[in-house]
Design a protein around this ligand. Structure first.
Ligand SMILES: Cc1cc2nc3c(=O)[nH]c(=O)nc-3n(C[C@H](O)[C@H](O)[C@H](O)COP(=O)(O)O)c2cc1C
Length: 253
């Protein structure tokens, strides 16, 4: 079993301590090959905003760095941990760049075999941090999110205990998901996501040729599975409304 931890902190601090505890619990449960990718140390250049990865295909990204190696590592893993400190109620800049560099996978998901655990640490605003953290690695199966608060005052023994328990529980949930890996039938939310992108792609052969090609061959869902016809019908209606709204949306507050 293989797990990769993508570490978003610019130093080896509290986030590293937490993920090491997850590693220890996983290794207690089974034989686990655990790899750390410290974003502070790898060559993952800043996204330049050319939109080539999303529009034409990620293989055409002009940046020459370690992105493809990192992606291959992730694709070969059973589990992925994304760890970031909360900075100004959001992810760290290093993690934001990671999210941007993998944004193409929100258009064309590919991480279907990976169980995903989100780990945010800091003082406040960690729900928002995790919500940003979840905006990457399209197709991965999010099994849980940890929010570990470091208080500015001395933590009580009771609090420390609860933190340790939550960390162990998250590791166990990740482990079970990796062990019982299967491509699940889609939720309503995922069907809506699929149908919105499929509709957008069908209208965007010129501007989003990579999406157009990806969705052209996929009829019911990202992968072949049983799709509940009622959920599918509801998703279709919501997707139609969503795309129609997008076409005319101008908002000013
Ligand atoms: C630039 C900066 C901004 C921060 N903003 C927040 C914040 O908005 N909310 C918060 O709870 N903690 C904030 N923190 C504190 C860090 O999240 C906290 O120290 C965290 O535990 C550091 O994790 P690390 O040791 O893994 O890097 C900030 C720290 C820095 C350096």
């Amino acid at each position: 079993m293989k797990v990769i931890a993508i570490m978003g902190s610019p130093h080896k601090g509290r986030g590293f301590e937490i993920v090491q505890k997850i590693e220890a619990e996983l290794c207690r449960l089974d034989e686990v090959e655990f790899t750390y990718v410290f974003l502070k140390d790898v060559n993952l250049k800043a996204c330049q905003g050319c939109f080539v990865c999303i529009g034409k295909g990620e293989q055409l990204c002009p940046l020459k760095d370690e992105k493809n190696n990192i992606e291959a590592e992730i694709l070969s893993a059973d589990g992925v941990i994304l760890s970031t400190p909360g900075y100004a109620m959001n992810v760290s800049a290093l993690m934001k760049n990671f999210i941007d560099r993998f944004a193409h996978s929100l258009h064309r998901p590919k991480f279907f075999n990976q169980s995903l655990l989100l780990v945010a640490n800091g003082g406040s605003g960690l729900s928002k941090v995790n919500s940003s953290l979840g905006m990457t690695l399209g197709g991965s199966n999010k099994v849980g999110e940890l929010k570990i608060t470091t208080t500015p005052w001395e933590a009580t023994a009771d609090y420390q205990n609860r933190v340790e328990k939550d960390i162990a529980k998250a590791a166990q949930i990740l482990y079970r998901s990796m062990k019982n890996k299967k491509l699940a039938p889609p939720s309503l939310g995922n069907l809506i996501w699929f149908q919105i992108f499929k509709k957008m792609a069908s209208l965007s052969e010129q501007n989003l040729p990579a999406d157009y090609e990806y969705y052209r061959t996929r009829t019911d869902y990202f992968y072949s599975t049983r799709v509940n016809p009622i959920k599918n019908g509801v998703a279709g209606i919501i997707a139609n409304i969503g795309v129609a709204t997008m076409k005319k949306q101008v908002k000013f507050k």
